[in-house]
Structure formats: structure tokens, C-alpha cells
Design a binder for this molecule. Structure first.
Ligand SMILES: Cc1cc2nc3c(=O)[nH]c(=O)nc-3n(C[C@H](O)[C@H](O)[C@H](O)COP(=O)(O)OP(=O)(O)OC[C@H]3O[C@@H](n4cnc5c(N)ncnc54)[C@H](O)[C@@H]3O)c2cc1C
Length: 417
């Protein structure tokens, strides 16, 4: 009895470890020349492999189909992952802000090496430069996998071929094509955790500017979609940074032309407090131009944008500003309007929304409800989360459960005469 794991990313490696640990013969087929290419670039090369958040707090960060993941997280939690990495895999970890867990060395390659040590220990065969082209279900319930190197039969198969984002890492949608050919419904793949292009031109003129401790709010008509404080960044196409990536997870798939964004540059002050501060600044230096007043409030580069939004000239002497104009200024600082033209393409997304419909997969085993002996793990499932290590944990947890279930099923069947 042999289990084939298709894809050697986070999900596939963990699936192989758990299947082999449970006693199965396991082979990983990976198209790249090495394992874990996406993991290598993750977390800016540091690999934020999980998050220390507990229970519901952890689940609150799963955006798509969190309930589907209950059993997988229960089977192999973030704490279990840390114990495995720090113990058997020999990779000491550290905790950073927001519960993010990283290898102590800050090197994603050490996480990959740790997993490779486990694959070695449990005698998993790894076949690199092996591109899976087709999967056929055999009359005896086994699977015939066709690759660039030939054909191979497996008794059980775990598909962990990733999504569509960052295709240069190897996950270019093959997983979706293979799953669809095996009878699975693929929910439309969409970009999530992705930067955005804006309708307004001015963000592009500020490319490289980072804003810290600002609040970004999104509404569609009166419906609140998102409101969070944090960091964002202007780029040559629009906006990016942690706040914008989180926002993208809430709006991907929606008609973005109906969404209005507001940027509060001074979330620590109420409108009234800000107006008082503007009045006080003007009283202290009445002859100052509006531009200098704004320099005291915000990064210099934003001054002309704020003045323009308030319908004012930057060279207006401050003591000429009437009450209505001061209010317009406060309004611009507390709610600078922005509009989304488009989310950047899926190739630039940190994670893929969509994929194998989870209603067709048993959440307690990760086995397909359509094809016996077929299992799924990782990003190719229609589950995704916010940044912070949650997506990698999804891959590890679903991988561990798929691997263990596939091996258990194999074991049970082997003892039945
Ligand atoms: C830039 C970037 C940074 C990220 N940073 C983080 C982070 O810090 N923390 C976090 O939690 N998440 C992060 N993520 C997301 C996270 O990396 C993924 O969600 C996770 O790696 C998914 O693992 P996976 O095993 O499901 O898929 P993948 O890692 O994509 O693995 C799939 C594997 O299947 C292989 N494959 C595909 N098709 C075939 C085929 N036909 N034949 C053979 N092999 C094939 C691929 O080569 C690939 O190795 C980041 C993503 C990106 C793009």
C-alpha cells in the first residue's frame, strides 16, 4: 500500500510526514527542483509559519470557511506545530508582535530543512522535477498518476498542489485542473491579501510613503465592510501594506466600484479635538500658510492632497480660513476619500480565495466525498485567512489530517481480509 502526495509545499510535506509516521509508504511528487519554494519566500524570507492566537481568536482570522477547519485545527493545532518544529524537526521558534511565530534564525530555509529532516526520518521518498500531468482513477480504487517522468500507481492520493498566486513558486492552478478532472467543483479563484489600484492618481505620486497608525474604513453604500487601524503604503499603482492586504480579504469578489474608502490620518483625535488643535495652531502662528499648518499634522507630501480635498490652496494664510474651511480641513484629515479601481491580479496575491469546494470534502478526514481514497490539503481548498501565519497553519493542519487519515484508511483496509 502506497500513498502519493502531489505537491511538496507546506501542506504536502506535512501530509507526507503524518502519513509516513502512521506507517504508510509515502512518495512526494514535486515539479520544482526543491521542496517548499513558496515557503522559502514567505514572511519576506523569514517564514511566519503560524500564529500563537488561541481558540476563537485564531479562528476569527480565518476569512473563508472557518468551520470547515475545526477538526483539522483540533487534530493538529498551532501549539502542536510549534512542538513538532521545536522538538523532532529541531527548529527553535520565536514569538513576535501580533502572535506571529518565526524560526529563531529568521530563515525560512531552516523551516524547510526541519521538515526535510522529518521526511528523511520517516523514509518518505521525494521525487523532484516531477510534474504531475494527469490522474486517473483505476477500477481497483487506486490512482494512476502521469508525470513528465512516466506513470506511477498509488493506493491513496493526497492533492496539495497550492492555488494560483505567485505561480513562479510552482503553484499555477494545476491542482484545480486535476481536482476538476476528478469530478470536484472549483470555486472561482480570486486574489486575496493583495494590493490595490486606486481610481485617484495622487497615491501613485506618493509611491514609497508609509503611514503608520491610520484607520482605513470601507463601505458599500451604508454597509460597513471593514475598519481597522494599522499601517499602509502608497505604491506606483495605488495602495498596499498590512491594512490594504486585510481589506482585500474582505472585498475580493465584490464589485469594487461600489466601495468607498476613507482614510483617517488622526484616529487618536476626535473631529472636535482635531478642530481645536487646528484653531490653536492658527492662533499661535496666524500668518503661517496652510501648507505649514499641515506640515505640523501630517507627512509633508500629504499637505497638497489634504488642501485640495478640502478645496483650499496650500499658500492660503491660515488666519484667512473661516470656520467652514477649517471644518473641511478636519474632514479631509479624518476621512480622506479613496476609491478602488481594481485589486491587483491573483499572481501578486499572497493567497488564493476559492478552489476545491469544501462541501465536497469530509472535514474530519480531508477525504473527498466524491472519490474514495482521494484527499486534499492546503491552499487548493477553498479556505483562506488573514496575514499573521494563519494561512501556513491551514496548510499544515489540513496536511497533517489528510496524511494521517489516508494512512489510517490504508491500515484499516490492510487488516481486513
Ligand atoms: C509572497 C508570499 C508570502 C507569504 N508569507 C506567508 C507567511 O509569512 N505566513 C503564512 O502563513 N502564509 C504566507 N503565505 C501563504 C502561504 O505561503 C501559503 O498559503 C502556503 O504556502 C500554501 O501551502 P500549500 O502547500 O498549500 O501550497 P504551495 O506552497 O503552493 O505548494 C504547492 C506545491 O505543489 C507544487 N505543484 C503544483 N503543481 C504541480 C504539478 N502539476 N506537479 C507537481 N507539483 C506541483 C508546487 O510546485 C508547490 O511546491 C505567503 C504567500 C506568498 C505568495
Amino acid at each position: 500500500m502506497e500513498i502519493g502526495v502531489l505537491g511538496g509545499g507546506a501542506g504536502g510535506m506535512m501530509a507526507a510526514v503524518f502519513a509516513a509516521k502512521a506507517g504508510a509508504r509515502v512518495a512526494v511528487l514535486e515539479r520544482n527542483e526543491k521542496l517548499g519554494k513558496k515557503m522559502f519566500i514567505s514572511g519576506k524570507g523569514r517564514c511566519n509559519l503560524t500564529n500563537a492566537a488561541k481558540g476563537q481568536e485564531f479562528l476569527d482570522n480565518i476569512v473563508r470557511n472557518p468551520r470547515f477547519l475545526y477538526s483539522a485545527f483540533h487534530f493538529f493545532s498551532n501549539e502542536d506545530l510549534c512542538a513538532l518544529m521545536e522538538g523532532e524537526a529541531g527548529v527553535p521558534l520565536k514569538l513576535e508582535r501580533g502572535g506571529r511565530m518565526f524560526p529563531q534564525t529568521d530563515k525560512s530555509s531552516d523551516v524547510i530543512r526541519g521538515l526535510e529532516r522529518l521526511l528523511d526520518r520517516y523514509k518518505v521518498r521525494v521525487s523532484l522535477r516531477t510534474q504531475v500531468r494527469a490522474v486517473e482513477i483505476l477500477p481497483d480504487g487506486g490512482f494512476l498518476v502521469t508525470t513528465n517522468l512516466g506513470q506511477k500507481r498509488f493506493d491513496r492520493l493526497i492533492l496539495s498542489l497550492g492555488g494560483l498566486s505567485y505561480p513562479a513558486t510552482g503553484s499555477d492552478g494545476d491542482g484545480f485542473r486535476l481536482a476538476a478532472a476528478l469530478g470536484h467543483t472549483i470555486e472561482k479563484p480570486l486574489p486575496s491579501l493583495v494590493p490595490m489600484e486606486t481610481v485617484e492618481d495622487w497615491p501613485r505620486t506618493l509611491s514609497g510613503l508609509t503611514l503608520k497608525n491610520v484607520t482605513l474604513t470601507a463601505k458599500a453604500g451604508k454597509k460597513a465592510l471593514f475598519s481597522e487601524m494599522g499601517e499602509m503604503l502608497f505604491t506606483h499603482f495605488g495602495i498596499s501594506g498590512p491594512l490594504v492586504l486585510s481589506l482585500s480579504a474582505r472585498v475580493t469578489g465584490l464589485d469594487v466600484s461600489t466601495i468607498g474608502l476613507r482614510l483617517d490620518l488622526k484616529p487618536g483625535l476626535t473631529r472636535e479635538q482635531l478642530l481645536k488643535r487646528i484653531d490653536r495652531d492658527i492662533e499661535q502662528a496666524p500668518k503661517k500658510q496652510l501648507q505649514s499648518l499641515l506640515f505640523g499634522l501630517e507627512p509633508h507630501a500629504l499637505a497638497p492632497i489634504l488642501a485640495q480635498t478640502a478645496g483650499l490652496q496650500t499658500d492660503t494664510p491660515c488666519n484667512r480660513l473661516n470656520a467652514r474651511q477649517r471644518e473641511a480641513l478636519a474632514e479631509a484629515v479624518k476621512g480622506l476619500p479613496l476609491h478602488i479601481r481594481a485589486l491587483r491580479p491573483i499572481e501578486e496575491a499572497i493567497v488564493t480565495r476559492g478552489g476545491v469546494n469544501v462541501r465536497e470534502v469530509d472535514p474530519h478526514t480531508m477525504e473527498s466525498k466524491r472519490v474514495k481514497g482521494l484527499y486534499f490539503a492546503g491552499e487548493m481548498l477553498d479556505v483562506d485567512a488573514l496575514t499573521g501565519g494563519f494561512n501556513m497553519q491551514i496548510a499544515f493542519s489540513t496536511g497533517a489530517l489528510a496524511g494521517s487519515s489516508a494512512a489510517r484508511q490504508t491500515e484499516t483496509e490492510e487488516v481486513v481480509p
